[in-house]
Design a protein around this ligand. Structure first.
Ligand SMILES: Nc1ncnc2c1ncn2[C@@H]1O[C@H](COP(=O)(O)OP(=O)(O)OP(=O)(O)O)[C@@H](O)[C@H]1O
Length: 447
């Protein structure tokens, strides 16, 4: 990405020059101008930078400029410079979409901090855009959350239903089942798709730093806090905040979080100034939070607040019929990642994949696909088929083979060529097997 540029707009020459110098000394690349119209000429959608403008100017004022900038690209951060008596105006501007404001006279450090934060925010927004454009994934929920079992069909339906709303969402699911993938899909189909998606792993945050990580702090808020720092919540602003493994959050922080979710404001440590927060919260949990509430480890009020919309990411054990197809998809992805040409998956391999339990869910299946593509086998259990349940091995193999072929046929909507190619068998063999198992082109996958 090209280096960020600050466009500074102020009609007062002296103040503009000294502000430009301050920003320059802080290491920013600055272009300054006395005219709002000129500033607009410098902007385009995808502009990598930030606009800092005085609010009072003859001709086009700062508020009008901000609105014109939002017409160009709604996510370009605009920082307004206000006079002492103009705080009301600044608050109105924040409500209308200004990123931040700074009151005159301001000190150099404060200006540099606010500018740095706005630049970080802009970078996150642009990175998100690039990622999404590259993947072309905006509406492609089925490709991201594949599966033909009813439980997955229902989940995608629920996802689309809540995607367009602003409702906070709780996602429950076993380890490795794809909760974060689901959360990102939710963000990408929401009206916040272009805004930052900030994932916070609550289990990995050190307890002593958790508050300043989330809420930020002012300089001197605690020993060692030399400079002010913006927290993760402020980084997300109008985007989505993912609270991964919310059940690991200490009880006293749960109370604070509840307040943030309800009141939609945050206050940095060491500050009295509330900052508005218009983010959507998504929380995930591996464990049943109701049981945690009963055990006194999770606050009931926070649970009820989060539990308004709950999506359940099924484990692979709950959707076994999806496993072979999912494996084929993961093999295709891994082949791309490792730059291997078309890696064939023999039917015996799919049978083995379908037979296994996969307690680590998609993560474990994905690792197996990676190993397979690299020629290392599936890993994990013994590679040979075992007569696990006491049934005749040949019958079990036949059952799995039938479900694999039925699933692949259904995935390709009865189009045979991609089916025998994906399964690594000839057209003739596919016909024979379809006949043997009583399958036709329109066969639905068997559970
Ligand atoms: N549908 C999918 N297609 C491809 N990869 C997937 C899919 N679902 C999950 N994965 C991969 O599986 C792994 C686990 O997914 P994810 O991190 O979303 O699970 P999780 O439920 O949040 O896990 P944990 O509970 O351990 O945090 C990741 O590497 C992810 O990329």
């Amino acid at each position: 990405m090209t280096p960020s540029t600050i466009i500074l707009v102020d009609d007062e020459d002296e103040l503009r020059r000294s502000t430009a110098q301050t920003l320059d000394l802080a290491g920013f690349k600055v272009r300054d101008t006395a005219s709002a119209e000129r500033a607009l000429d410098l902007l385009n959608p995808g502009f990598n930078g930030v606009v800092i403008t005085d609010i009072r100017m003859p001709g086009m004022d700062g508020m009008t400029l901000m609105n014109r900038i939002r017409d160009i690209d709604v996510d370009i951060p605009v920082i307004l410079i206000t006079g002492h008596a103009e705080v009301q105006l600044a608050v109105k501007a924040m409500r209308e979409g200004a990123y931040d404001f700074i009151e005159k006279p301001f000190n150099a450090q404060d200006l540099a901090d606010r500018t740095a934060r706005a630049i970080d925010h802009r970078r996150l927004v642009l990175e998100n855009r690039i990622l999404r454009a590259a993947a072309g994934k905006r509406d492609d929920i089925e490709a991201r959350l594949p599966g033909r079992t009813q439980i997955m069909v229902d989940l995608r339906y629920q996802l689309r239903a809540v995607g367009g709303t602003d409702a906070d969402v709780l996602i429950i699911g076993d380890t490795g089942s794809g909760k974060e993938v689901l959360a990102r899909a939710l963000h990408d189909i929401s009206g916040r798709a272009e805004r930052p998606f900030v994932a916070i792993n609550c289990a990995a945050l050190p307890e002593t730093l958790i508050e300043s990580e989330l809420y930020g702090h002012e300089a001197g808020a605690f020993p060692g806090a030399l400079r002010a720092r913006y927290g993760k919540f402020e980084h997300a602003r109008t985007g989505t905040i993912l609270l991964d493994e919310i059940g690991s959050m200490p009880l006293e922080l749960q109370a604070k979080l509840l307040r943030v979710i309800q009141e939609r404001v945050i206050t940095r440590l060491g500050s009295n100034e509330p900052v508005p927060l218009d983010a959507r919260f998504i929380a995930t949990s591996k464990v049943d939070l109701e049981a945690e509430v009963a055990a006194g480890r999770f606050r009931a009020d926070l649970f009820y607040r989060l539990n308004v919309v709950t999506l359940r990411m099924p484990s692979l054990a709950q959707r076994r019929a999806d496993v072979p197809l999912l494996f084929l998809q993961l093999v295709r992805e891994a082949s791309g990642r490792y730059r291997r040409d078309h890696v064939e998956v023999a039917p015996e391999v799919l049978v083995e994949v379908a037979r296994r339990q996969w307690p680590g869910n998609v993560r474990e299946l994905r690792n197996a696909a990676d190993r397979f593509v690299l020629g290392l086998g599936l890993g994990g259990e013994q590679e040979t088929l075992r007569d696990a349940d006491g049934g005749r091995l040949a019958d079990q193999v036949a059952d799995f083979e039938r479900s694999v072929i039925a699933g692949t046929l259904s995935a390709h909507r009865g189009n045979l060529k991609p089916v025998y190619e994906a399964l690594g068998i000839s057209r003739k063999t596919l016909y024979e097997k379809m006949q043997r198992y009583g399958l036709d082109k329109g066969t639905a996958p068997s559970e």
